[in-house]
Design a protein around this ligand. Structure first.
Ligand code: HSE
Length: 304
């Protein structure tokens, strides 16, 4: 039996488009056991037990595993796989990154680890298309990602648990590809400077766990305003979160969820943001969590 626990992730964090991401203490779990032949895949909601009917070929975990088995010229068969889903789909919380990373890490273990960690990282980025969810899913913490000529270069920082995260999750889904399609082809030089200065500042905040400058550090001009049209109330939610005591607020990944950092007042921030979504006739839930510093966790019994 092989069990992988993979954290939810929040990418961008405001200015760090396709660059910054962090892992959170909310997890999807993937359990693998041997059967005689074929692939038996069950995807279920961890809390309600509801079964999601997703065709095998469309399932990201299946695709990632098959990708690695095929690369090695091996047959992908003889497995029962249970996916226990705790991270809502298509909400900007890295649910697809959990499936991609779990699929690659599991396939590598099941084949006797022919691939290095760097190769697994690079395959994850190749499948996902951007690095800022898969890296924190694999490594945990706050991660800076650079697409290098010879693969991904990253730096992970461990984050203090005095930083609380309020994640407000609306009850509608948006696909990352749709949220990328609204971005312009070109940006102004001044907007690039606006973002690179804030990305540097935000990284420095995480370097020494100093949360006093998060508000300035999390402003963005590269993606949020373009995506805001698809997320009713976005700018008002930002405002209400700050008024309620948040230290820094941003779209979580491509959205539609929003992430607010705070040291206190987490319930108030969550309630007020949910009330603001309700003003736009949108139901939402919020969760309070903190940074996961471990990344993917592997437990195995009876597998080489
Ligand atoms: N950097 C990606 C984007 C993250 O904003 O499109 C998607 O979760």
């Amino acid at each position: 039996m092989l069990k992988l626990k993979v954290p939810a992730t929040s990418a961008n964090l405001g200015p760090g488009f396709d660059t910054l991401g962090l892992a959170m203490k909310v997890y999807n779990t993937f359990i693998f056991s041997e059967i005689d032949r074929g692939i038996d895949l069950i995807i279920r909601d961890k809390s309600t037990g509801e079964i999601f009917e997703i065709p095998q070929e469309d399932n990201l975990l299946y695709q990632a595993m098959k990708f690695l088995f095929n690369k090695r010229g091996k047959e992908f068969t003889g497995l029962k796989i249970i996916e226990e889903i705790n991270i809502p789909f298509a909400r900007g919380m890295g649910s697809s990154a959990t499936a991609v990373t779990a699929g690659l890490v599991a396939a590598n273990i099941l084949m006797g680890k022919p691939y290095t960690e760097q190769e697994i990282i690079d395959f994850s980025v190749e499948i996902e298309g951007h690095p800022d969810n898969v890296l924190p899913a694999l490594k945990g913490g706050f991660v800076i990602n650079v697409m290098g000529d010879n693969g991904l270069v990253y730096k992970k920082m461990t984050v203090s648990n005095n930083l609380k995260i309020v994640m407000i999750i609306p009850d509608f889904q948006l696909k990352t590809e749709d949220l990328r399609s609204v971005l312009p082809d070109k940006i102004q030089y001044r907007d690039a400077i606006f973002n690179q200065s804030r990305t540097a500042l935000l990284t420095a905040c995480f370097y020494d766990n100093d949360w006093s400058k998060l508000r300035s550090a999390m402003e963005d001009r590269l993606h949020q305003d373009y995506r805001a049209d698809l997320i009713p109330g976005f700018h008002k939610l930002l405002k209400i979160a700050y008024q309620s005591g948040a230290l820094g607020v941003a779209l979580s990944g491509a959205g539609p969820s929003l992430l607010a950092f705070c040291k206190q007042d987490e319930e108030l921030i969550g309630q007020n943001m949910a009330a603001e979504f309700a003003e736009f006739n949108i139901n939402s839930t919020y969760i309070i969590t903190e940074v996961d510093n471990k990344g993917i966790q592997v437990e195995k019994t009876g597998v080489k």
